[in-house]
Design a protein around this ligand. Structure first.
Ligand code: ACO
Ligand code: OAA
Length: 520
């Protein structure tokens, strides 16, 4: 009766009392005893049934189904790879293969060529570096504000226009009053304070951005019936401005919480005339004397880390519409969720290790390689280590791409940053390992042959540079990515509402439908 396969903790030794037949006939005086006996039996049967059903939990049931279903699915996938479904230009291979290469989305501000990489309204990264306004004393660095102007309008802004946007992001109107964006509104601040500081920074970030929805004009005006299909883009625009303007405060709040610097006022320095990336760098406390020593080189570092954040946040803004963070933002926005909710969802996609989280994983990987490989200057030893990673069915973070088929030009731009400062970086073992990997990994991945693009993507070079300048909290790195990525998808949200694009709702197919096309 008791299953011996039950886990020990489920086995409750409870023997049924023997049924005394003689007593059952004594009605009347033995009535009480009989009903007590029946109750005990009912209870016994009930517990036994429950115990037996514990043998087949939902997960156990699923586990039994997995091997066979996997085989069937793989067979069907292989057989129908090139089959086009009726009234559908897509093949089954595309539907089951992450829709790679299918043109399914409208995206305005950037396009991605597999070989040439990203272009923002037709401008290459190099052209943006030449044309977009930036600090006078730094070549190849532009203000992210200038990039946002380009993303939203398709026009290269003048210096004056960029300055006006810098001012606008430093003082923003919420709840009908003008506030400096140096501190978070109390409604958001208190939510952030209630989160465990050990919660992953990307989770905190998404919650913070979602909480900003409290101030959404779009949401408020929609619920009161104030805006309509023709005017709601203006509320979307105002929300996007509020959202982006508060990102430096929000990100630095998270950073200061995880580094226990919350009560140090000198850390959170906000310059009311400073640019967005400068305030982000400064408010995180990356420029504080405690984190950076005070030698002459360290003063140069202060300028350089600000420029690194400007370059990084200027380059990560957008990567056409199909990447997970952009696509999610667009999808959620299509239900007319406000821009804060939409981007909060986008950030949760960016937090995945195959997407934005690879930025932190790359640094973890570099540090792990330093520990595992005796001499990380020796290409053969590093190569052997990479083979062991692949043979253990792990990915090499920072390599490969769903669309790109050459080295990511954003990676090249980060590398130029390093090469232009070779003196600063020449003795950094992690930067040197990153450079060595960029030669060795493509060779190994190419020989391995599974991965369609063996070259480095943008995440390969970025985190290690933050690490160089003192950001040792690896889990935080993707938050900076998230500050930047807000710009492209949010610019698109405004245009989605200008054009009145509909709710996104593709059709799905099930296994049985696909099976109709199978000969198996
Ligand atoms: C900002 C960004 O989001 S850039 C991307 C950041 N992500 C990373 O760096 C993580 C490492 N890279 C990867 O996992 C992948 O290259 C992705 C997710 C970026 C692209 O995925 P896909 O388009 O499926 O790549 P692709 O078609 O080349 O994959 C074919 C196979 O090679 C594997 N592969 C791809 N890249 C790698 C890699 N860097 N290391 C090991 N294996 C890899 C895939 O996992 C897949 O294996 P499978 O057939 O067993 O499932
Ligand atoms: O394009 C992609 O899929 C991933 C990527 O590089 C990005 O979003 O920046």
């Amino acid at each position: 009766m008791y299953s011996t396969t039950l886990p020990h903790s489920c086995y409750i030794p409870c023997k049924p009392k023997k049924l005394d037949k003689t007593r059952t006939s004594h009605k009347g005086k033995n009535n009480k005893k009989v009903s007590l006996f029946r109750a005990i039996m009912r209870r016994f049967i009930h517990t036994t049934v429950r115990r037996n059903s514990a043998q087949t939990t939902l997960k156990d049931t699923l586990k039994k189904l997995v091997p066979q279903r996997r085989i069937e699915f793989q067979k069907l996938r292989q057989e129908l790879q090139n089959v086009q479904l009726p009234n559908n230009e897509l093949t089954v291979g595309s539907i089951l293969g992450g829709m790679r290469g299918c043109q399914l989305l409208y995206w305005q501000s950037s396009t991605l060529d597999p070989i040439k990489g990203i272009k923002f309204w037709g401008y290459t990264i190099q052209e943006c570096q030449e044309l977009l306004p930036g600090p006078e004393d730094s070549s190849n660095i532009f203000y992210p504000e200038a990039m946002f102007w380009l993303l939203l309008t398709g026009e290269i802004p003048t210096k004056k226009q960029v300055n006006s946007l810098i001012q606008q992001w430093n003082t923003i109107v919420i709840s009908n009053s003008s506030v400096e964006t140096s501190y978070l509104p109390e409604e958001v601040n208190s939510i952030m304070n209630s989160l465990p500081a050990t919660m992953h920074p990307m989770t905190q970030f998404s919650i913070g951005v979602g909480t900003l929805s409290y101030f959404s004009k779009f949401r408020d005006n929609y619920s009161r019936g104030v805006n309509n299909k023709l005017t709601m883009w203006e509320d979307a625009f105002d929300d996007v401005m509020t959202l982006i303007a508060f990102l430096p405060s929000l990100a630095s709040k998270i950073y200061r919480r995880i580094t226990n610097q919350c009560n140090k006022k000198e850390v959170c320095k906000f310059d009311p005339s400073g640019d967005w990336a400068q305030n982000l760098t400064s408010m995180m406390g990356l420029l504080s004397k405690e984190r950076n020593k005070t030698t002459k080189e360290d003063k140069d570092d202060t300028k350089e880390i600000t420029n690194l954040i400007r370059l990084y946040t200027g380059l990560h803004v957008d990567h056409e519409g199909g990447n997970v963070s952009a696509h999610t933002t667009h999808l959620v926005g299509s239900a007319l969720s406000d821009p804060m909710l939409s981007y909060s969802a986008g950030l949760l996609g960016l937090a995945g290790p195959l997407h934005g989280l690879a930025a932190q994983d790359v640094v973890k990987f570099l540090l792990q390689t330093q520990k595992q490989v005796e001499n990380t200057k020796d290409e053969t030893q590093v190569e052997d280590y990479l083979w062991s990673v692949l043979n253990n069915h792990h990915v090499i973070p920072g390599y490969g791409h769903a669309v790109l088929r050459r080295e990511d030009p954003r990676f090249s731009a980060m590398l130029d940053f390093v090469n232009q400062r070779s003196e600063q970086f020449k003795d950094d073992p992690n930067v040197n390992l990153m450079l060595l990997l960029s030669r060795v990994a493509p060779r190994v991945l190419g020989e391995w042959g599974k991965c369609k693009n063996p070259h480095p993507n943008v995440d390969s070079a970025s985190g290690v540079l933050f690490y160089h300048y003192g950001m040792k909290e690896l889990d935080f790195i993707t938050v900076i990515f998230g500050c930047s990525r807000a710009m492209g998808p949010c610019a698109q949200l405004v245009w989605d509402r200008i054009y009145g694009l509909p709710i996104e709702r593709p059709k799905s197919v099930d296994f049985n439908y696909l099976k109709k096309f199978s000969k198996l």
